[in-house]
Design a protein around this ligand. Structure first.
Ligand code: URA
Ligand code: SF4
Length: 205
């Protein structure tokens, strides 16, 4: 698939998300937030769900957590335009409550479609809801954060959510530690040719 073809499919998914009524979260939204980033991103970040600013602007991680994420990306050697950023639900839950299982399930097809098209080398799972949704329903962040896991040919790193550091100053160091671990892991890996998921022998890590 050419980059243009991949981009066209991502655009198509985004267009479906913007008018989606598959779950109750459509009722309270101002704008759905499909996600953004290059169609051939090597690293994908998956958060919990849009907050107030994201709902207003229709873009992911543009509020306070997003400002912090932008800084943390730099410490990991990444720039925001390089990475694809999205969430497990594309519409803002009321009062920023956690998305409910049926909402996550209803929205799952969009996320799976984005992952299938982008074929990232690493999925960074921001916080427990994203980690439980994509990696392990019984996941605990305290045990899994900052480590790389392989599942079904994909590589995942659960990372403490940047918002945790905003709400609790004691979380600042662990969040920074996770982004340092990410930077360490990616070092030297992003320059190499991208391994295709359908060729396991081509995997580089
Ligand atoms: N927090 C999230 O989990 N996602 C966003 O898009 C913004 C804040
Ligand atoms: Fe559709 Fe997802 Fe929004 Fe629910 S959260 S209405 S499934 S786009």
């Amino acid at each position: 698939m050419t980059p243009e073809e991949r981009q066209a499919i991502l655009n198509d998914i985004a267009a479906q998300v913007r008018v989606c009524t598959r779950c109750r979260l459509c009722q309270g939204r101002t704008n759905a937030v499909p996600g953004e980033g290059p169609a051939d991103a090597q690293v994908m970040f998956i958060g919990e769900g849009p907050g107030y600013q994201e709902d207003r602007q229709g873009r992911p991680f543009v509020g306070p957590a997003g400002q912090l994420l932008n800084q943390l990306l730099l410490t990991a050697g990444l720039r925001r335009p390089q990475v694809f950023i999205t969430n497990i639900v594309k519409c803002r839950p009321p009062e920023n409550r956690e998305p409910r299982p049926d909402e996550v399930e209803a929205c799952r097809e969009y996320l799976d479609g984005q992952i299938a098209i982008i074929q990232p080398r690493l999925l960074c799972l921001l916080g427990r809801p994203a980690t439980q949704t994509l990696l392990d329903p019984g996941a605990t962040m305290s045990k899994m954060h900052g480590r790389v896991f392989e599942r079904d040919g994909l590589y995942f790193m659960p990372i403490y959510h940047p918002a945790a550091a905003l709400h609790n100053p004691n979380m600042r160091a662990p969040v920074e530690h996770d982004f340092a671990a990410l930077g360490e892991f990616l070092k030297g890996r992003l320059q190499q040719p991208k391994a295709r998921l359908e060729q396991p022998e081509g995997r580089l890590f």
